[in-house]
Design a protein around this ligand. Structure first.
Ligand code: NAP
Length: 317
């Protein structure tokens, strides 16, 4: 018991010493994940003065509030390489939050950020990637992230890959909708995904930025179990008190149904492609990374939906 307590205190002290020497840069600081990471770092007792918060919109209310607490809030845009040198000056670790939207020039934008950080003397870059980005080679989301991963590894800086699973945060909305409809329609009934909350991704990111031992490592950041249409229907039924049916269609039937609802062709193609993306063995494997990195178990979808019980019950009326 005493030995455990001393080991715990030593770890706490070490992480504080490590973070005291570090200046941690967060890119995308005004975004949803960025805000949660900042809060997670402050909860780990990183001093606000040791945070460098970089955003294209440094004047937002939340960032101004962090500035008042002592954080350095700076303008930086991956599309304006000249802005990044000043933005990253003095930083020792960088959380590079991937920009939204696949395809296009996303890896090029990320490379601009990596080059600027290396030039500024940053010693570790943690990048928010996609689960199993190295293995799920046919993924429409992962391919793009993999390109950035390789660019980061080639840069020579110590890298940490936070391969985040699909966020679970949209599931309460989806559950509310299927409760209201009384059914979930799918053409991919076996698409089970180990969804993770943004909050758990943020806690994991804060851990790798404030504790040692994460250089040149990759983590699949997932929830504790894989949830597919059957599990979602069962949870929504149980929590809302209304029976929700699972309707399995062929892909053609599914497309026709979306057409009948008035969805444009591009929207239908995107919806179908995303459903296929989720139907992969590479998305089903839960990892223990959240618990390993943060000391707290990852949030289950059940817990997330139970926290929204009132909404789901209201939708059942
Ligand atoms: N795992 C998943 O299910 C999932 C789902 C959606 C997205 N993602 C990925 O995870 C990332 C973070 O998620 P999120 O929910 O926090 O998304 P988000 O709220 O859209 O945040 C993304 C941030 O990227 C920054 N950004 C965009 N363009 C930039 C540029 N040219 N230069 C510098 N920064 C730029 C923006 O920060 P500023 O406005 O502060 O500059 C933006 O707020 C997403 O961008 C996406 O790559 C993952």
């Amino acid at each position: 018991m005493m030995r455990k307590l001393i080991a715990g205190l030593a770890l706490l002290l070490f992480s504080q010493i490590a973070s005291a020497a570090d200046k941690i840069i967060i890119s995308g600081a005004s975004g949803q994940l960025g805000g949660l990471v900042i809060d997670a770092l402050l909860a780990r007792r990183v001093a606000a003065a040791d945070l460098i918060l970089v955003s294209r919109t440094p004047d937002t209310g939340a960032l101004k509030a962090y500035a008042k607490r002592g954080a350095s809030v700076r303008f930086g845009d991956f599309a304006q390489p000249e802005s990044l040198e000043a933005a990253y000056r003095g930083g020792t670790r960088l959380l590079l939050i991937s920009v939204n939207g696949g395809g296009g020039n996303r890896p090029d934008l990320h490379k601009t950020a990596i080059d600027a950080a290396v030039h500024a003397g940053v010693k570790q870059i943690a990048y928010t990637s996609y689960v199993n980005a190295d293995r799920y080679t046919t993924s429409m989301i992962g391919t793009d992230h993999r390109r950035t991963e390789l660019l980061l590894q080639e840069s020579g800086v110590a890298w940490t890959l936070l391969r985040n699973q699909i966020y679970a945060n949209g599931l309460p909305d989806q559950a509310e909708q299927i409760v209201r409809d009384g059914k979930l329609v799918t053409f991919t009934p076996d698409a089970r995904v180990a969804y993770v909350t943004r909050e758990d991704c943020a806690a994991a990111a804060a851990a790798v930025l404030t504790t040692p031992g994460h250089d040149n490592k990759a983590y699949n950041i997932t929830g504790p179990d894989a949830i597919g249409p059957s599990e979602l229907v069962a949870l929504a039924s149980e929590i809302s008190g209304k029976r929700v049916a699972l309707v399995v269609q062929t892909e053609d039937e599914y497309r026709r149904q979306l057409q009948a609802s008035g969805m444009a062709e591009a929207g239908i193609n995107g919806t179908v492609a995303f459903a296929k993306e989720l139907d992969s063995p590479y998305l089903r494997e839960p990892s223990t990374a959240v618990a390993d990195l943060t000391g707290k178990p990852a949030t289950s979808v059940r817990k997330l939906l139970e926290a929204n019980r009132a909404r789901l019950r209201a939708a059942a009326q």
